[in-house]
Design a protein around this ligand. Sequence first.
Ligand code: FES
Ligand SMILES: [Fe+2]
Length: 385
Amino acid sequence: MTARRWARFPCTSKPRSCEATRARRGPMNAETLELPIRDTRIAELSVKQVLPTPAWFLAARGDELPRGAPLARAVNGVPVVLYRDSTGRVAALEDRCPHKNVALSLGRVRGDTLQCWYHGWRFNRIGVVVDVPCHSPTEKIPACAVRAFPAVERDEWIWVTLGADGAPAEPPSYPRDDAYGWFELQNVIHAPVDLILENGLDCSHTGFAHEGLFRSAPRDDIRARIEETATGVRVETLDEHSAGAKDVRSVLGRRQQIRHVDEVILPHTLRVDYWIGDHAHVVTILVATPEDEFRTRVYTRMGVRYGWLTPLVTRYVRWVTQKVVAQDIAILNSQGERIRRYGRREFRNVTADLPAAWMQRAFRGFLDGRYPSGPLRTREITYKL
Ligand code: FES
Ligand SMILES: [Fe+2]
């Protein structure tokens, strides 16, 4: 800020010059107070978004946001505070008070408004300041606001989009079918979104990173069909059987045919389906929300259908999944740390990495606004699994 500007707004800082100016002009009045806080540019400022796309991002589970208490989240790199108004509807505001930049999530919910902890300014659900408790008798409420974002609660998940332009009209829907047993996990992983999606799509690590738990050591040649879709990449693993070992696929599969499809839905979602025999089905929906470039919050929703054994098998799948996810987190944290330390990625892909390579190509194209472009491709590969 220039010296000229300080002279114009004498009471925003610099106490000595402020005193001098006050002595020249006489006592402060409402006009001099209003000038600096009428500066509304703060409402337009924002931190850099991690993924340059106007998608809907998963910000929280519905049951994480009770009435009366705000919740702080970082959504695609932007600090966001969520709260419920008096009707229970979710509001999402940028988590920075326009008065002195304290996090609004430290404050409290008052009726339909959110009140900042520091000086008690209150904001409505569209971010407009509606009350400044310490004001002079003639002072108007300053014309400033905090950014408000569209927020939708759907299927027990709260979705937020940071830029209305270009985002789909509604967030995706992942309802929980009553015929299934369901559970959810939430983890913070110190790795970028695309490496987390790649991990979910990568079968060739499962016989090692999760040996004896999820899959056993590679044994048979299997085929996989990789397809580009309008929304990402789909990989169907063909010829897959349970191996008769003690891992979860063999226990549930009991030597039956397994149909296994992984699908990345850009820019942040992975869906995994295992159909076992004619009736059993395990579905995973993983949604990754970047908090910063190397920190991602991952929401996992899993459903299990296994006939009359569904409740028991759901508990078993949950137990195994928690162990498998802990192993993946350790690996992804290590991968993220090494890439950060070396400042770059240097990957050497083999045939089994082609699903991940196709996903990476689609991911980068999507972020550049170039995917899909041209005819969608398909390819079949064979590798030992
Ligand atoms: S910093 Fe929020 S009211 Fe002052
Ligand atoms: Fe894994």
